[in-house]
Ligand binder design. Structure first.
Ligand code: NAP
Length: 282
């Protein structure tokens, strides 16, 4: 049997997913291909994804910006993380029904806890209120964080997110603006950048001011979900200030590995895929 999976999104020129998935096929001795498919709007996304799965032209899809919420809406059955985040980055067919999963949550939590096994987060600051922020917030609730503060350029989006989570989280979640946090908020044990600010080709930008970085607690961590470049401007500044850092590459590889497991039943070795992706970015 030869599997066929694909990534659905809008702009995929710089995607590393094909390189990662092809390495997983090699590593696990499974025969398959992974295609990158750009779709121009949500209507074409919904039509293509539904038909290709139901007609068994594809065995599964990963979904990226801007279609993760649409992937949620076309999923007849939803895994718990999908339900809790309102977004799906993995689609497949089971008993003739489209199932939506969210492996960003797994990737985020696993990467964080792999790198900081003793992590204890009292307060966390999440910058951004899009799909990745939802996965991060739910992931943080899973590791027992004490309080989450969200800041977002568009305040309505953060308030929508707060409403969305209102009865789903066992953690207090506050929405604040950047100035408020800069001027008079307490310390954070973890800050997560869940915006594309600082991503290639606009690598000379940082989503956080020095004032915000002053809010990091002594053994605090800054996790930038961006993986291209590997070391964003934000992470470079943090390193200069001896703040613990983590980039998004391992999360990317781990969410892909969990997708692969869902589709094939086999969790692949991730080391070689990580090294290959790292080499491309270096
Ligand atoms: P998204 O749904 O489009 O959300 C992006 C968020 O960033 C929105 O809240 C948006 O605010 C904000 N934003 C965008 N441009 C901004 C700017 N110039 N200044 C301030 N805020 C800005 O995207 P996403 O899926 O959440 O992804 C966010 C980032 O996470 C991307 O860099 C993506 O590559 C990364 N990511 C990494 C992984 C991984 O595996 N490492 C997985 C998922 C995502 P507005 O509403 O105001 O536009």
């Amino acid at each position: 049997m030869k599997y066929r999976f694909g990534l659905l999104g809008k702009k995929l020129a710089h995607s590393l997913s094909k390189i990662i998935m092809e390495e997983f096929f090699d590593e696990s001795g499974i025969s398959g291909e992974y295609l990158l498919i750009e779709l121009k709007d949500h209507k074409s996304f919904c039509r293509f994804a539904s038909n290709a799965l139901k007609e068994k032209v594809f065995d599964g899809f990963n979904v990226t910006v801007p279609y993760k919420e649409w992937a949620f809406s076309i999923s007849k059955r939803k895994k718990e993380e999908t339900e809790k985040t309102g977004s799906a980055n993995v689609l497949y067919l089971e008993n003739n029904e489209i199932v939506g999963a969210n492996t960003d949550v797994y990737g985020f939590v696993k990467s964080l806890t792999n790198n900081f096994p003793d992590i204890k987060v009292g307060r966390a600051l999440v910058v951004g209120a899009g799909g990745a922020a939802r996965a991060v917030i739910y992931g943080l609730s899973m590791i027992g964080v004490g309080e989450i503060v969200v800041v977002s350029r568009t305040v309505e989006k953060a308030l929508n997110l707060k409403n969305f989570f209102s009865e789903k989280l066992n953690v207090p979640l506050a929405v604040k603006n950047m100035k408020e946090v800069e001027e008079n908020d307490g310390k954070f044990d973890l800050i997560v950048n869940a915006t594309p600010v600082g991503m290639f080709p606009e690598s000379d930008m940082s989503p956080l001011s020095e004032k915000i970085l002053n809010r990091i607690s002594d053994r605090g961590i800054v996790f930038d979900l961006i993986y291209n470049p590997i070391k964003t401007k934000l992470l470079r500044i943090c390193e200069q200030r001896s703040i613990n850092t983590l980039n998004g590459l391992e999360m990317l590889v781990l969410q892909a590995a969990e997708s692969f497991r869902i589709w094939t039943g086999i969790y692949p070795h991730t080391e070689k895929a990580f090294k290959k992706a790292y080499k491309v970015l270096k």
